[in-house]
Design a protein around this ligand. Sequence first.
Ligand code: ADP
Length: 200
Amino acid sequence: MSLSNQEYQGIVLFGPPGAGKGEQGKRLGEKDGYFHFSTGDMFRNLDPTSATGATVKQLIDAGSFVSDELTLQLFEETLARYVAEGIFNPSTQVLVLDGIPRTAEQVAPVSALVAIQKVICLTVPDEALKQRLLLRGKKFGRADDQDLVTIGKRLQTYVELQNLVLNEFNPSLVINLDGDKTIEEVHNALVSEVRSVVLE
Ligand code: ADP
């Protein structure tokens, strides 16, 4: 594929809900040269009284996915807005994608926009994930983190889609990282994996 139409350089943080994509993305995004983009935050920041915001909230709270079409449209629009507003500078910052691509169908459209240099797959045992999500539910009140039924549904969706998504990438780009460590330890391991990703 020609890289000429790709506007951004990026790395993908991949892994189940609760694996630490948000926390690690945020930390990496605090470093020079990286910009963290979370689709979960993008959706949660929509005005819940707007038609789109209300639809999205309903889906997320139930542990379902937002449609690929809407996800991709908002992703592209939000990125363009961040560039226009000077929040994200593609000539000096690598995009740290958290939450996208999440389905096999999202990989090609995202790759058309972002030259994906690495896919970091955070692995954490299921039991630890459930505990982390329940704790996050208590702490931040996220509706999708409140009960084991919704959590189980999201983890199951991940298991079903994981390989389908990863198979869309060149296997040499995919790196597994043990996410069952302290935030600091995972951060350090992540930094050494992405250090080699430089802007072209
Ligand atoms: P987590 O991965 O911990 O469940 P996120 O904050 O990343 O939390 O995402 C929350 C919800 O937002 C998901 O459960 C899903 O409903 C929706 N979502 C996020 N990214 C996507 C995506 N790429 N495609 C479809 N839905 C998404």
